[in-house]
Design a protein around this ligand. Structure first.
Ligand SMILES: *[C@@H]1O[C@H](CO)[C@@H](O)[C@H](O)[C@H]1NC(C)=O
Ligand SMILES: *[C@@H]1O[C@H](CO)[C@@H](O)[C@H](O)[C@H]1NC(C)=O
Ligand SMILES: *[C@@H]1O[C@H](CO)[C@@H](O)[C@H](O)[C@H]1NC(C)=O
Ligand SMILES: *[C@@H]1O[C@H](CO)[C@@H](O)[C@H](O)[C@H]1NC(C)=O
Length: 345
């Protein structure tokens, strides 16, 4: 056989090996509780196989009551308009072009996966595992008042319910802002327990930089898989105090005499806040804010009980450096863009 023929045969074999897929697949939990793989010949110990160009595919995956599904995707798309998408039971959409097996978690009753690629081939392999919700969850049932409640978000498996006199506001902060994935296993339900309607997960809340608010007095957070050693946090408040705060940004910097800066932007009329989840002394050494804006400092949620001081734009410059000792401090900017610099000991 000539070299050309060998190459041709090899190319043909490769072309045939690339996978195709279709719209409208339905995947139910197998009775033997084995994982579901696409393609069926793939598993997570192999590199993702090629997906032919011009594919447009979808899978509706059902999740029985009492179970959750864990999805890992390995794949990469090559065109700008190609993507992997997932939509959970509450309609939250996540879109990406490159997946590296960081797991997603889905509650009942279903979720969808959609994949499109254009003129270029992609790679794609995914795996779905169905697991019963943990039994005998650890966790707390806590009332939250003028002080925020700060709990670990992902280092143990738990189910915790939080109540306030109005509605409940939750925020979540990754310990490492570049690595939010552990927060995906923590689901949020509107109500007293997992029977409440599923709202979102702590990963999506952290990405949004916005509070998630319950419809009633109680919200439930359940972390389904532990990430030992993780310092991701869950920050719970009474929405009565936080209604007008449009953006929350964590003051996330290592302790030990470091300088760290954080920028916020609540828009032309909205408040924004820098929030800390540590017990420590924080020294505000510099601040830039709009001339007509103010800074208010609270040793907790923004209310009269936690109030420390308010400064207008000229007063704050004169008062620097400003030292605040506390747990869960909040630095609230009345409106506009602001940049705050801290020194943390
Ligand atoms: C993947 O490799 C690990 C470690 O060798 C093994 O425990 C696991 O069973 C493998 N998974 C599959 C689906 O083959
Ligand atoms: C969070 O986890 C750390 C490390 O396990 C522990 O020291 C700390 O007490 C926990 N915090 C809360 C509020 O439970
Ligand atoms: C903190 O760092 C500054 C400058 O890097 C240094 O001058 C100061 O002595 C340090 N303070 C402490 C308590 O280490
Ligand atoms: C800030 O307040 C002081 C009075 O405490 C006032 O003199 C000053 O004009 C105010 N500055 C701005 C920018 O409003």
């Amino acid at each position: 056989m000539s070299k050309t023929i060998v190459i041709l045969v090899t190319l043909l074999a490769l072309a045939c090996a690339a996978n195709v897929c279709k719209q409208g697949n339905v995947v139910n939990m197998p009775v033997n509780s084995k994982p579901y793989y696409f393609p069926s010949s793939w598993n997570e110990n192999h590199t993702a196989p090629e997906l032919q160009k011009h594919q447009s595919c979808s899978w509706t995956v059902t999740v029985p009551q009492g179970y959750y599904a864990k999805l890992i995707i390995d794949g990469k798309t090559q065109d700008t308009d190609s993507s992997f998408q997932t939509i959970d039971a509450a309609g939250n959409l996540i879109q990406s072009r490159h997946e590296k097996k960081e797991p997603y978690y889905f509650p009942p009753a279903k979720f969808t996966i959609a994949v499109t690629n254009g003129a270029n081939p992609a790679t794609l392999g995914f795996k779905i595992v169905w697991t019963p919700f943990p039994k005998n969850f650890a966790g707390v049932i806590a009332g939250v008042g003028h002080m925020p409640r700060i709990d670990n978000a992902t280092n143990i498996v738990f189910e915790s319910s939080y109540s306030t006199s109005t509605q409940v506001s939750i925020l979540s902060f990754p310990a490492d802002p570049k690595n939010l994935y552990a927060l995906r296993s923590a689901m949020v339900f509107d109500g007293y327990n997992l029977q409440g309607s599923y709202m979102t997960n702590l990963y999506l809340i952290a990405k949004s930089r916005k509070q998630l608010v319950s419809s009633g007095h109680v919200i439930t957070v359940a972390n389904l898989e532990a990430t030992p050693g993780s310092l991701d946090t869950l920050y719970v408040q009474d929405y009565a105090y936080t209604k007008d705060i449009h953006q929350y940004v964590e003051l996330n910097c290592a302790a030990g005499n470091v300088t760290c800066s954080v920028s916020v932007n609540g828009g032309s009329h909205g408040k924004s806040a820098v929030v800390s989840v540590e017990l420590r002394t924080e020294l505000l050494t510099d601040i830039e804010l709009e001339d007509t804006a103010t800074l208010s400092i609270y040793g907790g949620s923004p209310n009269d009980m936690c109030f420390i001081a308010t400064y207008n734009s000229t007063e704050v410059k004169a008062a620097l450096p400003i030292s605040t000792m506390g747990w869960g401090n909040q630095y609230v900017i009345s409106h506009g863009k602001a940049a705050l610099t801290f020194n943390i000991h």
